[in-house]
Design a protein around this ligand. Structure first.
Ligand code: PLP
Length: 408
């Protein structure tokens, strides 16, 4: 693993762009070509043989968009530098990135995956439904070592996890994994707050759609890892086609330059909102990670749907990591596809709301949120009656304090 010699803020602005001045450029060039002139066919045959054998990026001129793109390569170099890994491989979305990781390991006959709930709803669904021919064992972090089998290809955790913000001790889990690669989804923390490769994760996955892009206008995924795994991921990407569009690569590279500033500012507002939420009478529990970050999850006493319907400044929308604040009800949207019993066992109750805090003024956000909570509380009598007949959908004790230490 490479240790960057420059600070993260400097790398965020310069990584992947070091050659621009020599090229007489300031902004990174956007290359939208799908194909490139190949006058030397014999030479191309040798280069394609080399790619098929190793998955190493092609040396020299480009050949075809699915083999590699120079704008996307800049984003990959920059993200690898920020995560402190040798390489990174970009995909069309976070789900395409996760699929490629499963296919890389599954293609070696290692089809068993050990995973810790909660995960993002569609990641859970992909594993639980065995859609790519994998078989999953769900466990808690302490159970990882016992869940390993000879055919285990991957251990998967999110920390802080979507949507409960539960935290996992990556170093302890990496130790339990032995020689099985640990994949850490770092979408919520970003390399600004946490660099999982430093704690033993061999694959660091992002939905780049979120904080890396940062403006809610680009979809992408990326895996930061060592060059051996990167080669395998590039071969899968070439064969299955889940490439990142060059314009998305351009926007993601641009997004990285403001990532540290955005994440720090958004995290400061999120911490303040978590504090204020903990004192609001309509809030029964606040979940805010010890690590920090710009995501807050909280449970309400009244009707969570009424809170969603009542926000005016905050956007009621799924996804996260944008400059504007978003709120959603995981049980209805991001985690709807997960079986209700599994949602409950993962701590995703019916009263849980997840908020991605943006760059707006914190007092303006609080004015909107507290008014929406008051509106939600007005419907309390009605929803309390319904909740009772829903056989303890939420279960467990609640407390109006920020979340405690990381849960084992
Ligand atoms: N991982 C996490 C933690 C997510 O929140 C998401 C999407 O919300 C994904 C992966 C999937 O990313 P995408 O929507 O870019 O496919």
């Amino acid at each position: 693993m490479e240790t960057p010699s420059r600070s993260l803020a400097t790398e965020a602005v310069h990584a992947g762009r070091e050659d621009l001045a020599a090229l007489g450029l300031h902004a990174a060039p956007l290359d939208l070509s799908t194909t490139y002139p190949s006058p030397d066919s014999r030479g191309e045959a040798a280069r394609i043989d080399e790619f098929a054998a190793t998955g190493a990026p092609l040396e020299g001129p480009q050949v075809y968009g699915r083999l590699g793109n120079p704008t996307v390569a800049r984003f990959e170099q920059a993200l690898a530098r920020l995560e402190g890994t040798e390489s990174a491989v970009a995909f069309a979305s976070g789900m395409a990135a996760l699929s490629a990781c499963l296919l890389v390991r599954g293609s070696l006959g290692l089809r068993h995956v050990v995973a810790v709930r909660p995960l993002y709803g569609c990641s859970d669904h992909l594993l639980d439904g065995g859609l790519l021919g994998t078989e999953v064992t769900w466990t808690d972090p302490a159970g990882v070592a016992d869940a390993l089998r000879p055919d285990t290809g991957l251990v998967l955790v999110e920390t802080p996890a979507n949507p409960t913000l539960a935290e996992t001790d990556l170093r302890a889990v990496a130790y339990s994994c032995g020689s099985v690669p640990l994949l850490a989804d770092n979408t919520f923390a970003t390399p600004v707050l946490q660099r999982p490769a430093e704690h033993g994760a061999r694959l660091v996955l992002h939905s780049a759609t979120k904080y890396l892009g940062g403006h809610g206008d680009v979809m992408g995924g990326v895996v930061a890892c060592d060059e051996e795994l990167a080669g395998a991921l590039r071969r899968i990407r070439f064969a299955t086609g889940g490439v990142l569009h060059p314009l998305a690569g351009y926007l993601l590279l641009r997004g990285l330059s403001t990532l540290p500033v955005r994440v720090r500012a958004q995290s400061a507002s999120a911490a303040e909102l978590a504090r204020r939420l903990a004192g609001h009478p309509a809030v029964t529990r606040v979940r805010y990670p010890k690590l920090g970050g710009a995501m807050v999850a909280f449970e309400v006493r009244g009707d969570p749907h009424a809170v969603i319907a009542a926000v005016r400044l905050i956007t009621p929308a799924v996804s996260l990591g944008s400059v504007d604040t978003l709120i959603q009800h995981p049980g209805s949207i991001s985690h709807r596809i997960v079986d209700p019993a599994d949602r409950r066992s993962g701590g995703i109750g019916e009263r849980l709301l997840r908020m991605s805090v943006g760059l707006e003024d914190v007092d303006d956000l609080w004015a909107d949120l507290s008014a929406a909570l008051d509106a939600g509380a007005d419907t309390r009598a009605e929803t309390d009656t319904r909740a009772k007949s829903a056989a303890g959908a939420d279960g467990g004790a609640v407390s109006a304090v920020p979340q405690g230490p990381p849960r084992g």
